[in-house]
Design a protein around this ligand. Structure first.
Ligand code: HEC
Length: 124
């Protein structure tokens, strides 16, 4: 057991030492706000406090999708919004995302997907 732990530790250390050095620094992102803070400050006024959506803003409810579906949506929104072309129908959101990112309201798409699911899903 001890040997295995040690081997694992060594392998991880090696991976960290060798793997990370080649990555461009730009990939290391620290987020200023948690998904909950971002949602409250920037998403809620369109998607609702409970993710129920708003007909008048044509914003869909966020309370029925799975984590995986959100991850795909948000990946789309984020990459499209930051100027890379994705074949998505999230034009409104892409436009939003760019403005929000400029203000520091960006987020990890996986963390946000999990937050949306954990907080709003009504089908669980
Ligand atoms: C200005 C209003 C507005 C704001 C602010 C906004 N959204 Fe949206 N959102 C929309 C609209 C409209 C759509 C549907 C059309 C589209 O995707 O462009 C949408 C779509 C989505 C979708 C895809 C849902 C689906 O079922 O297709 C997700 C996920 C989402 N928004 C998450 C967010 C998150 C997370 C934030 C905050 C960072 C946010 N939105 C902020 C208006 C908004």
């Amino acid at each position: 057991m001890k040997k295995i732990t040690l081997a694992l530790f060594a392998a991880t250390a090696l991976l960290l030492l060798t793997g990370c050095d080649n990555k461009p620094k730009a990939e290391i992102i620290t987020y200023k706000y948690t998904p909950a803070e971002v949602y409250k400050a920037t998403c809620a006024h369109c998607h609702g406090d409970k993710g129920e959506g708003m007909a008048e803003k044509k914003s869909p409810a966020l309370n029925k999708k799975t984590v995986q579906e959100f991850e795909m949506d948000l990946f789309d929104v984020k990459n499209g919004g930051l100027g890379q072309s994705t074949a998505s129908e999230h034009d409104v959101m892409e436009h939003n995302m760019k403005k929000l990112a400029e203000k520091g309201y960006t987020y990890d798409t996986k963390a946000m997907a999990k937050y949306l699911f954990d907080t709003f899903n009504i089908t669980k």
